[in-house]
Ligand binder design. Structure first.
Ligand SMILES: [Zn+2]
Ligand SMILES: [Zn+2]
Length: 97
């Protein structure tokens, strides 16, 4: 096992909160720190989904984010979103759709 492939994981920083992929019939319910599409609906706890889960549900925004990364999830998806050579983890995406 090599430790050089770990993406977006920093046990000491914990900048990325662990959250569920929420939402009836869309989210998978898994709790992790992967990027989410946060649907900012003005509530304290807006729905938020994995990009791949939401894209599968038909979200054009998430499909755009995932373009070129078919099948990528978790760390592989983080790597795709960050781009080659990027050092910072990507932020969540938001929209008011
Ligand atoms: Zn999910
Ligand atoms: Zn989405």
């Amino acid at each position: 096992m090599s430790s050089t492939e770990m993406i977006g994981v920093d046990a000491s920083g914990s900048e990325r909160p662990m959250r569920p992929c929420s939402g009836a019939g869309i989210g998978c319910g898994q709790v992790d720190d992967h990027p989410r599409h946060v649907l900012d609906d003005g509530t304290e706890d807006p729905p938020q989904y994995h990009l791949d889960c939401h894209a599968a549900a038909g979200c054009a925004h998430c499909r755009e984010q995932l373009a070129g990364a078919e099948g990528a999830t978790g760390a592989a998806l983080l790597d795709h979103l960050a781009g080659p050579g990027a050092s910072a983890a990507p932020a969540d995406t938001t929209s008011e759709d």
